[in-house]
Each structure stands twice: as structure tokens, then as C-alpha cells.
Ligand binder design. Sequence first.
Ligand code: SF4
Length: 232
Amino acid sequence: MSIKGFQGTSLLDFPGRIASLVFWGGCNLTCPFCHNPALVLDPDAWPDLDAEVLLADLADRAPFIDGVVVSGGEPTLHPTLADWLTRVKKLGLAVKLDTNGLRPDVLAELLALGLVDCLAIDLKTSPDRYAELHAGPVDNNLLVASIRLALAAPVTVEFRTTCVPGIVDAPAIHALGQLIRGAPRWALQQYHPAPALDPAWRELAPYSAEKIAELAAIARQYVQEVVVRGVV
Ligand code: SF4
């Protein structure tokens, strides 16, 4: 069990629902712009939260919340995830899974078991640039497989892209758009540099609102709905 963080109530992370957030430690990427570097670089420095205590807390909250957001890090790395989500579902709570899409085998299992009601897959950049997100090799076919699963899944699906300058540009949006053509929703998010994993990226100026609007216009050529978040 590697649950490292818990937030009791959020109105933001599970669209249309009141949810609790659960953060799992560890990741199979080391994106230089990551906003949860402590969970990614040194998850063992954080104590594990007790799974039974957490489930009891969620049971107490169940009359007042609609669901649980499972985020990280990368939650699909953890072999106990399916069992834990089974118990969450028995509380009558909906589950939203946030994933980077690099464990399609796990995703397929969770979907087949009916353990996910809402699926958010991060699309970091065009698949051929995923090697820029990690020191080790990244098999971008895994991302493509997860996208196919998501597009066929009978659950609410959202693809998300943080518009990181130098990583996300018009060619990347076109490449991703072709992969998710027809998807119900694609959220483009502003990059906020302050907590970036790589200190050099904390100095990176975010895109202007106009540039994000340009990228959103490209994205709209491919999917049913594009939402823009975090632009001030
Ligand atoms: S941004 Fe997401 S996928 Fe990338 S290192 Fe951070 S938690 Fe992992």
C-alpha cells in the first residue's frame, strides 16, 4: 500500500461531483514540469497512510461526498489498487482515475472490473517526444493503447494537456488530436512553473492566454469539446 496523501473534500477535481482525493506515491515518468515532485522522486520519504483508516474515513464521508479521485504520482503502478478500489466502490462512491496512460494492462483490468466511473488521461506531448519526459526509455505504444481503451470505454473520459512551453506546441496538439479524434473532451491547462520537478523549469514563462487560445483552436478540430483551465 502506498497511499501518501489525502484531501477530504474537493469540488474541483471530479467534475460535477464532491470528492475526496487520494494521492499514490511513485511514478514511471519524471516529467521536468511535474507539480508533485516529492511524490515522484522520493515517495518513501512520505509515510504510507493506513488503508483501513482511510477507508473508514471515506465511509464516514460517504453521505456527503459523491466519489473519490485517485491520483499521484501514478496510481496504476500499485498492485493493490484494484482491491482498494473494489472496497471504495462498495461504499457506494464513484471513482475518478487520473493516469498518465502508460499502464494500459492495468487500465483494462480496472475498466473490465467496473472500478472506474471517470477516466482522465494526461497527454504530455506528441507520443514521439515522450522520451523527453524521462531519463529511461518510454514505450509510447503504451499510451496509444490506453487512448484506444479510453475511447471505447463506457465511462466519462477526459484527456488533459498541460501547455508547457517547449513541450506542447501546435505540431504536438495536431499529433495528439489525430490520436484522440472524436473524443468527448480535451482539457488544455495553463502551465504554472513554481513547483516544477526540475528547478530549471521553475523559471519557464507560461504561454500567454492568446497562445493557449491558439492551441485550443487547433484542438477543437479533433474533439467534441475543448475546455481551457488555469489561464488568468
Ligand atoms: S507529471 Fe504526472 S506523469 Fe509526470 S512525473 Fe509528475 S506525476 Fe508522473
